[in-house]
Design a protein around this ligand. Structure first.
Ligand code: ACO
Length: 432
């Protein structure tokens, strides 16, 4: 970051002396006021619940311009990455800062591929779960448990250890998600196969059985790979900030990523894709397109507690660029699978059309987010709704681990420790 010529001055309405703070500039995006000395100089904290105006760190990985609807990984627009790269290119880019050349790509693919198997004993660990456990409950447990299986790479001060655990996490996540699915189905686990792509391998681990192999459909493979690309990173969102905060204590990478998985599960974050598809299915069951008007009235009535899932975003106050790409992918997949007339897709398009014209949504700048269409694509591929957030976690792992590594490599890194405005009882004595 670069020091700006500008300075920020904080003055008070009483006679206290005003204080000056340095201002820093990034490459693009808003400048930041460095308030680290605020408490020392004024005895006050800033108050910013939900971090609406707080930059918690310096980062060079992902940039979002919410007003423009722009998303960049390491400077490259998401549209170009989705068009020209696969998830392994994007993972390499997010981790290393540059796209790989042909040799680097081959080595990276091979490295990830050769770490896809998980310790055989994880199967025993898995057996402790109920068959009907939610995949995110299983995944939170499994990812945390990895630290007990791979403790030879948990010295966070060692860059090589951090690299090994990053590859292990990226490589093993599809295996764990597929295992969670197979366990739920009561089917045998399918081991990874090294001659398939990252995404093809995941599809096969999900859908092959020992009785019948699974032929990877290229359109489906490309669509799922695109879902992975679109979800790979999203700067300091709730789960990434959770990973950073958790990791800032010096805990091991598997524990830090498990905290991200737990946070992602919530319906206001990664759980929205599952909630969105459930909303579409329920609306379809209640009458579909004919009931859209009635449903929208409910959404706009605050007392109903109903939200249009897959709509709105803390940062995007314009169309989420990932939602546009997802809508196009949705059309491609449905066409390739002969599902052009999918009623849920029609319903989603109608909801979007009405919302984009309705002053309630227009005034609040509520647009479709990535989750609005991704559930329809995943459903068409055969992925059950309850697994959607786990797929998101699989893809976001690369972002989490890159952000965690960036934090640990920062010489200014400190344990995260927010402060508070205390409004509880003042000091008092027990009187008995
Ligand atoms: N449906 C109806 N109204 C909404 C919606 C929605 N989906 N989203 C926001 N609003 C309304 C709020 O009621 C509020 O109205 P008000 O100003 O009259 O009180 C206003 O829009 C602002 O909403 P906030 O909740 O304050 O916005 P915030 O930035 O805190 O929340 C969030 C963003 C959580 C994503 C919200 O839009 C939401 O709940 N959306 C639905 C869930 C969803 O799709 N989440 C996925 C996020 S993307 C991701 O994680 C990949």
């Amino acid at each position: 970051m670069q020091l700006s010529d500008k300075k920020a001055t904080l003055s008070f309405s009483d006679d206290s002396a005003s204080v000056e703070f340095p201002v820093y500039q990034g490459t693009i995006g808003p400048d930041v006021i460095d308030i680290r000395k605020l408490y020392g100089q004024t005895g006050m904290f800033t108050y910013d619940p939900g971090f609406l105006a707080t930059a918690s760190c310096e980062s060079a990985i992902t940039y979002i311009d919410g007003d423009k609807g722009q998303l960049l990984y390491r400077g490259y627009p998401i549209e170009q990455l989705a068009e020209n790269c696969d998830f392994m290119d994007v993972s390499y880019l997010i981790l290393n800062g540059e796209l790989p050349d042909a040799n680097q790509k081959q080595d990276f693919d091979s490295l990830v591929t050769h770490h896809t198997m998980v310790h055989e004993q994880l199967q025993l660990f898995m057996r402790g779960f109920r068959r009907d456990a939610h995949p995110m409950a299983v995944l939170t447990g499994l990812v945390g448990a990895l630290s007990a299986f791979y403790h030879d790479s948990t010295d966070i001060t060692n860059a090589r250890h951090r690299e090994i655990s990053a590859i292990r996490l990226i490589a093993k996540m599809p295996t764990l998600v597929a295992m969670a699915y197979k366990y739920n189905q009561g089917q045998p686990y399918i081991y990874p196969r090294n001659d398939l792509s990252y995404t093809g391998n995941f599809l096969r681990m999900m859908f092959a059985t020992p009785c019948e192999d699974y032929q990877v459909n290229e359109v489906v493979e490309r669509a799922l790979d695109r879902i992975f690309i679109l979800h790979a990173d999203h700067e300091q969102n709730a789960s990434t900030s959770t990973v950073r905060l958790c990791g800032s204590s010096g805990t091991n990478p598997f524990a830090a990523i498990a905290s991200g998985v737990a946070c992602l599960w919530g319906p206001a974050h990664g759980g929205a894709n599952e909630a969105c598809l459930q909303m579409l299915e329920q609306l379809q069951a209640e009458g579909g397109v004919a009931k859209v008007g009635e449903f929208m009235e409910k959404v706009k009535d605050k007392s109903s507690g109903v939200r249009l899932m897959g709509f709105g975003h803390r940062v995007y106050k314009n169309y989420d660029p990932r939602a546009k790409l997802m809508q196009a992918t949705c059309k491609e997949v449905l066409t390739a699978l002969g599902l052009e007339n999918d009623p849920l897709f029609k319903l989603a398009m109608e909801l979007e059309r009405i919302a984009l014209e309705d002053p309630y949504f227009v005034d609040r700048k509520l647009y479709p987010n990535v989750d609005f269409y991704s559930g329809i694509v995943q459903r068409a591929i055969g992925i059950p709704t309850s697994l959607f957030t786990a797929i998101f976690a699989l893809a976001r792992t690369v972002g989490w681990i890159a952000q965690w590594d960036e934090m640990l490599s920062d010489p200014e890194y400190k344990i995260g420790r927010p402060r508070q405005l205390y409004t509880g009882a003042a000091v008092r004595d027990i009187k008995r």
